[in-house]
Ligand binder design. Structure first.
Ligand code: ACM
Ligand code: ZN
Length: 765
């Protein structure tokens, strides 16, 4: 009787939802119903008429179920308990979409193409255990309609800087497939290793795939190899292995886009065949980031180089069915071309203006060849310089500017901006993470990414095929670290690329993600547990300054102090905006389940002063890459810290001249501008900072010009506040001029070139 009562009072909606469905990327629509389908010995897989096309999908499903349960489902007709795969004609779901219906006696997956069927299967698999289990396999009854937002859903992997064998690539492809990515950009060629067998040029892999092993040293500090040292680190993929990987990807609806870099980043090819460079000198394979006396570009004036590349591409095209062949094109240092007779002859003969046009000439010739084989080229956004090849697709990595320009020229574009989809950057507080190349792309930043830039109209936006995350591996030495760098950020990107924009829901994603973390734990996948760094931001409301604190951690709480103490569970719990009544420093930490998670608390100085919230007018625009938190960053009440890119305004090669209208005459007695020097990033102190005031905005009086006290050779990150105090005076306008250092000092990697200025905050008191 008791039991009956319990069942009686158990609400049906709870029964229906007692198994939580946590699909990533979230489907366009998903309705969960009462009941469940049980996969057991009686279950069979059935597929409709076009049997050949679905054979591979059916085997894929059978293998996946066998892996987790040991059940070997027969592929059959007329079963009672069945999983039906069927091709249909359905305009709503498009080429890659699917409909999944789970009833108590059948599961149906329907799609226009085998690709759609595969995605339906992936969704189904996310409702099942991740690893081998003896438990009953149950699938909650539901109805799903699903299709992607973007055509190009890409993940990249650099296998040159560190090599990852065929099995690692297959595991990487499994991850891509599980999260409905359809493009694997395989970076097979770079300075530090040539990784693809080319039968006509065996030295590319006999020599170019091997280097002296310095894996124990961090990338930047690896010395160049010496003649006597044996090259033992490396590897490459044979053509047979490549064919197998391409087929493996294809079964999962993944196109493998090979990247054969040119004309730069090819020191490995030159080590194999010295005739490929301008100097034609012998060189040893590079070991890391030290390029002293190395050639790294093909000679663009030598036709035998072009023929070499045509032969290479012929073999590449035979191996990869991809419509796109990636020809690189990034970061070509053209100084060798300036000094090369052949390159200069080419410039004259072809009436080219300069070395940029020489690169463009080179890429256009390669495009012609690739087009002749019925394929298209895609390249990094530098291929815009000197003129874009007529049918080229552009991969925009230096922000979105290249992609925007190309789309406006009616070229197709794939967005891969460093911020936020370079997955070689840190994802959590660097203090808690393995060493990475730099940058800070958190899970939420990836989740918030919007691949269609506002600058494009509807017509232009159609040229944005989608987006991709890139994993460069200078600092990624092991397969476990590959997993760590992409997990869980690739899940956030999958939702950006697949799910409708309107269904974006960070909290919901974070909740569903917890299920996937469990699956990662069960599978032994290495993933980042999260970014526990509290974000501290200013906001102005009705002229008052407040701080907002936020954390990305699931069920994270924030504890903070304003008295300089380290935050702990005994500190103040953050429950809403913090009013800033005086100049203070906020320190804050994330707490999850009663445990402080931040290794180093976040810390932000707030400066209360007379120009807060006032509009700043710039004589020269601030770099679009360093806008900090917007155009009023100099007067937002918070001071930049040594972490680049957060609250600093950056400007290159020009003086920073900022004018503030205080909106009424005010008594002022002190002016101050904070500036950053970060030698290695080309960010230098201004030579001097001049402060001026005015009552009418036309006639200015100079208060003081403050010289720079910091040595140019200072390589540590340092902040200096250029400050002047004076007897109180009345002013409505204040202007600051920071004089840019026109030439980076002797010995600097950018010697003779102009520096950047990074400034924050302009304090008026
Ligand atoms: C790149 O990151 N150099 C394309
Ligand atoms: Zn040359």
């Amino acid at each position: 009787m008791k039991y009956l009562l319990i069942v009686f009072f158990f609400p049906t909606y709870l029964l229906a939802q007692n198994k939580q469905i946590s699909i990533i990327p979230v489907p366009v629509s998903l309705q969960q119903n009462v009941g469940e389908f049980i996969i057991n010995e009686q279950t069979q897989i059935e597929f409709s008429a076009q049997s050949k096309q679905l054979q591979s999908a059916a085997s894929f499903l059978r293998n996946a179920i066998q892996d987790i349960s040991g059940l070997n489902l027969p592929i059959n007709k007329n079963a009672k308990q069945k999983i039906v795969l069927a091709l249909i004609k359905d305009a709503v779901i498009g080429e890659e979409g699917y409909r999944l219906v789970v009833l108590t006696n059948a599961i149906q997956i329907k799609a226009n193409t085998p690709a759609g069927i595969i995605y339906g299967i992936q969704t189904l698999l996310q409702t099942l255990p991740a690893v081998r289990t003896n438990a009953k396999l149950t699938v909650p009854c539901m109805q799903v309609t699903d299709y992607p937002q973007f055509k190009w859903r890409g993940m990249h992997l650099d296998v040159s800087r560190h090599f990852f064998g065929p099995n690692v690539i297959k595991q990487y492809l499994d991850l891509l497939a599980a999260y409905k990515f359809n493009t694997f950009h395989w970076h097979l060629v770079d300075d530090q290793g040539w990784r693809i067998e080319i039968k006509k040029y065996p030295a590319l892999t006999n020599t170019g795939a091997w280097r002296v092993d310095q894996t124990n040293l961090v990338w930047g500090s690896r010395p160049q190899a010496k003649e006597a040292e044996e090259p033992t680190y490396g590897g490459y993929y044979t053509q047979a292995q490549i064919k197998e990987i391409v087929a493996y990807a294809s079964e999962r609806n993944i196109t493998v886009v090979p990247e054969i870099e040119m004309p730069g980043h090819v020191a490995s090819a030159i080590a194999s065949y010295p005739f490929l460079s301008c100097t034609q000198q012998q060189q040893l394979p590079l070991t890391g980031g030290n390029y002293t006396n190395m050639s790294s570009n093909y000679c663009a004036g030598n036709d035998s180089v072009i023929h070499f590349l045509e032969n290479v591409l012929t073999e590449v095209i035979q191996l990869f069915p991809s419509k796109y062949i990636h020809i690189g094109g990034d970061e070509v240092d053209k100084t060798s071309w300036k000094k090369c007779t052949k390159c200069q002859q080419r410039i004259r003969k072809e009436n080219l203006k300069d070395e940029d046009e020489l690169q463009s000439y080179f890429i256009k010739r390669m495009e012609k060849f690739v087009n002749g084989k019925n394929r298209k080229i895609i390249g990094w956004d530098e291929i815009l310089e000197g003129g874009l090849a007529p049918g080229a697709t552009v991969m925009s990595w230096r922000g979105e500017a290249g992609g925007i320009a190309a789309a406006k020229m009616k070229h197709d574009v794939v967005m891969t901006p460093g911020n936020p989809v370079y997955f070689d950057h840190y994802q959590g507080d660097p203090a808690s993470e393995p060493i990475a190349i730099g940058g800070f792309n958190t899970l939420k930043k990836v989740y918030d990414y919007e691949p269609l830039p506002k600058e494009l109209n509807e017509e232009e936006a159609r040229h944005v095929l989608g987006a991709q995350a890139n994993l460069w591996t200078e600092y990624v030495t092991t397969p476990k670290q590959v997993e760590y760098m992409v997990l869980p950020r690739m899940l956030a990107l999958s939702e950006v690329l697949w799910s409708p924009k309107a269904s974006k829901d960070w909290a919901g994603f974070n909740e569903r993600l917890q299920q996937h973390f469990k699956a990662f734990d069960q599978k032994g996948l290495n993933y980042s547990k999260g970014n526990f760094k509290v974000e501290i931001k200013p906001i102005l409301k009705e002229g008052e300054l407040y701080a907002t604190l936020s954390t990305e951690a699931y069920k994270g709480q924030i504890y903070y102090t304003t008295n300089g103490d380290q935050p702990s569970l005994k500190s103040q719990l953050y429950e809403g905006l913090i009013k800033i009544n005086s100049s203070v420093t906020i320190k804050a930490a994330t707490v999850v389940n009663g445990e402080v998670k931040s290794i180093i608390p976040a810390e932000q100085q707030f400066a209360l002063h007379k120009a807060i919230g006032k509009k700043v007018n710039y004589t020269h625009p601030i770099s679009r890459y360093y806008m900090a938190d917007g155009p009023n960053s100099l007067t937002d009440g918070i001071k930049g810290t040594t972490a680049i890119n957060q609250f600093w305004h950056g400007i290159a090669a020009k003086d920073l001249i900022a004018t503030i209208d205080l909106e009424e005459e005010k008594n002022i007695q002190s002016l101050s501008l904070g500036c950053l020097q970060n030698y290695n990033d080309w960010i230098m102190m201004p030579e001097w900072v001049k402060f001026e005031v005015s009552l009418d905005g036309v006639n200015y009086t100079t208060i003081k010009t403050v010289p720079n006290p910091i040595a140019q050779q200072e390589k540590k990150s340092v902040i200096n506040n250029f400050t002047t105090t004076f007897p109180s005076l009345k002013a409505r306008f204040v202007r600051v001029t920071a004089k840019v250092l026109d030439q980076l000092p002797k010995g600097h990697s950018g010697e003779g070139k102009p520096a950047w200025i990074f400034a924050d905050e302009f304090i008026v008191e």
